[in-house]
Design a protein around this ligand. Structure first.
Ligand code: EPZ
Length: 465
């Protein structure tokens, strides 16, 4: 199929950017995992709990962080990179202004729902706050009713008006909160609010993801009194004031899993550095079940309390001899298999020996990547929250489009093992959560290239055999 550069010039720039992968190269060498996107976003929101300059180390340089920086800057929080991965957030309450840029703030919250969790800390500090109601996204409806119910339980008046969630309170009081689902965002949000509420708050059925423990460690170092983070029951004793601190963000366990799976599925031998092994146990054990060799080089966390002590760093040595075996996966809240890793694991299962069944219990629309994998020859059948994948002997390169962040990563990984060339577009999704994705894969021997708009317009016609 011929694609002439001038045919593409009429499309939006996003359509033009593409990754071209030629399959067949095994990955060898090492990769360093960046800081956790999902932790860094929660920490940035929680930095609003303290007056002054909070310094976050090991912050990944990715799209979602840039959106959060833009959001906080528009609200009057000066943010600056004082090192390649060191971000300073300066909170000066006298400068906080939630109303002047409401139109842009709406657009930013719609882009990145995690920014919604600034509402509680602002409410605790100012007595009133408003944030645009986040929309659904590519992987599901993703409402915020648990967040709102929790703030109301702490005594806030919270209502939706003109697309904004408006919250007011004389004084937040501790409450006994039950989450209908162990929501990561709601747990982060309510924890970051309860620390400044008067009295005791208990969050039942709390999310137990490692990012919650990282947030608890951050808040505790600011002076908060928290027990039970990382378990299903978190107790908080509110305090009057918190102080800004310096904190290192934990490694991104989803990024780590992506490279571990990429090493295994290409039959390579990779060292995934700067990980917390304990955060990856479900993925390590599933990879071993599928026939990969995964060795942990360094300490595992079981030795320390995740919410009190900075977890020790390790590395994963991952390799695979022969073809992966089919396995069944149930994506569930931590300590279950992480939902964000299921799409990239599916890319490996697409060519595994046998039939795999993936059950998704967190989101209602996370299988959109399957139709793109089918264009590469995968044999997948999706019904509701379940996908059945019959492993095929090989995938073939095709033009595919990233449906969301982790689905996009899955398509790149599928391209690594497909016969011929795969072209992936809609890269803005991948850029949200993977720092230097192409470069890190290139460094391990992948035959991969990224074309930005200018490069494509300047390039001769691309041809796909
Ligand atoms: C966080 O999203 C992560 N994002 C997601 O990672 C991750 O998939 C998810 O947790 C689950 O682990 C960030 O941390 C920025 P939830 P979050 O609240 O907090 C429903 C990635 O790829 N729900 O645990 O939004 C919701 O609709 C991203 O890095 C309500 O119904 O997830 C969803 O179905 C994708 N009402 C389920 O709960 C609420 O008030 C889990 O959502 C809140 C959530």
């Amino acid at each position: 199929m011929e694609i002439n550069a001038d045919e593409t010039s009429s499309r939006g720039d996003q359509d033009l950017e593409k990754i071209l992968v030629t399959g067949g190269q095994r990955l060898d060498g090492e990769v360093r995992v960046s800081g956790s996107k999902n932790s860094a976003l929660a920490l940035m929101a929680a930095s609003l709990c303290a007056e002054g300059v909070t310094t976050l180390e090991n912050v990944p340089n990715i799209g979602d962080i840039h959106v959060m920086i833009e959001m906080m800057s528009k609200m009057g929080c000066a943010t600056r990179w004082s090192g390649e991965h060191r971000l300073e957030v300066e909170v000066d309450t006298s400068n906080l202004d939630l109303k002047s840029h409401s139109a842009e703030l709406v657009e930013l919250v719609q882009k990145m729902r995690a920014s919604f969790t600034i509402l509680g800390p602002l409410l605790a500090r100012l007595g009133e706050a408003q944030v645009a109601l986040p929309g659904g996204c590519a992987i599901g409806t993703r409402s915020v009713d648990f967040h709102i119910k929790g703030l109301q339980a702490m005594g806030a008046e919270v209502y939706v008006e003109h697309g904004f969630v408006i919250a007011k309170t004389e004084k937040l009081k501790g409450a006994h909160i039950f989450l209908d689902f162990p929501s990561v965002g709601a747990t982060n949000h309510l924890l970051s609010t309860a620390v400044l509420a008067e009295g005791k708050t208990i969050i039942e059925n709390a999310a137990q993801e490692p990012e919650i423990s990282d947030l608890a460690r951050f808040l505790s170092s600011m002076g908060a009194k928290i027990k039970g983070a990382g378990t299903h029951r978190i107790e908080v004793e509110g305090v009057k004031r918190l102080k800004p601190v310096r904190h290192a963000v934990i490694p991104d366990r989803i990024e780590a899993a992506t490279y571990a799976i990429a090493g295994a599925m290409t039959g390579g031998n990779v060292l995934v550095k700067n990980v917390v092994a304990d955060h990856l146990l479900p993925v390590i054990l599933k990879l071993r079940e599928s026939g990969a060799r995964v060795e942990v080089e360094g300490p595992t966390l079981r030795l320390v309390d995740n919410a009190r002590t900075t977890p020790p760093l390790s590395a994963l040595r991952v390799s695979m001899e022969g073809r992966a075996r089919a396995v069944n996966l149930t994506a569930a809240p931590h300590p279950g298999f992480p939902t964000d890793t299921h799409p990239v694991f599916a890319a490996m299962l697409a060519v595994a020996e046998g039939t795999s069944v993936i059950t998704e219990t967190v989101y209602d629309r996370r299988f959109r990547y399957c139709s793109e994998l089918q264009r590469m020859g995968a044999n997948t059948r999706v019904s509701g929250q379940t996908a059945v994948i019959d492993g095929v002997d090989r995938l073939t390169g095709a033009q595919v489009s990233a449906p969301d962040l982790r689905g996009g990563a899955a398509l790149v990984l599928a391209g690594l093992i497909a016969q011929g060339e795969t072209e992936i577009t809609q890269l803005q999704y991948i850029d949200r959560g993977y720092e230097a994705f192409v470069q890190k894969l290139l460094n391990m021997g992948a035959n991969i290239e990224r074309f930005d708009t200018a490069a494509i317009l300047a390039r001769p016609a691309l041809s796909f055999a």
